[in-house]
Design a protein. Structure first.
Length: 202
């Protein structure tokens, strides 16, 4: 089977605006433009469209869903990685959170849990593994468009192509301060399940 993961278009959070509810962050005008470009660029109809429960991914998927109205749409637990407790950090900007992000990634403890509403890095990897297992179980001729989030897609790719690394090593490779996001807004990441393994080319 083939799966193309798509990161959501630019969101208000990506644009530096404060976030009060991570699940309800919306696309910016540029994000909507990116979503329409993604939909227009498809060269093949999918068998399945998957989105996360979060608004920005569902908004990004809307033009693709409209283009392929007969394709089933499912919501899977592939939401973004929340590693800081929302109750302490909602309403802040990414710049305000940066010192805490730096400390979190420097310590590289995959089992650290920041509090209610957050998850550990190890839990993120288990969610990614579950999604890949679910995709691999689909019929071999399936093409799935999976609308998700940058860090979740990055985790899924790490699980797929670095199966020999343990959770701590995956975490150490995951975050790179001062560099662009590993997966940009509206970027597509293709994966193919064949012969019992994941491959990065369709």
């Amino acid at each position: 089977m083939r799966a193309i993961f798509i990161r959501h278009g630019q969101s208000t959070g990506n644009a530096g605006q404060p976030s009060s509810d991570l699940a309800l962050i919306e696309l910016t005008e540029l994000g909507w433009q990116q979503a329409h470009t993604v939909a227009a660029d498809w060269t093949e109809a999918p068998s399945l469209i998957v989105t996360s429960p979060y608004l920005r991914t569902q908004q990004t998927a809307q033009p693709t869903i409209a283009r392929f109205p007969d394709v089933p749409v499912e919501v899977w637990p592939i939401e973004e990685f929340t590693y800081l407790q929302p109750a302490r950090w909602n309403g802040t900007t990414s710049a305000e959170r940066m010192p805490h992000l730096e400390r979190y990634w420097a310590e590289a403890d995959p089992h650290y849990w920041d509090g209610e509403g957050a998850e550990s890095f190890a839990t993120l990897l288990r969610r990614a593994e579950a999604a890949l297992t679910r995709l691999a179980a689909l019929p071999g001729d399936t093409l799935a468009y999976v609308f998700g989030h940058g860090q979740f897609i990055q985790a899924a790719r790490a699980v797929a192509i670095e199966p020999d690394l343990d959770d701590r090593e995956k975490m150490r490779r995951f975050w790179r301060k001062g560099e662009p996001p590993a997966i940009g807004n509206a970027e597509r990441v293709p994966l193919r399940w064949s012969d019992g393994a994941w491959w990065t080319a369709l």
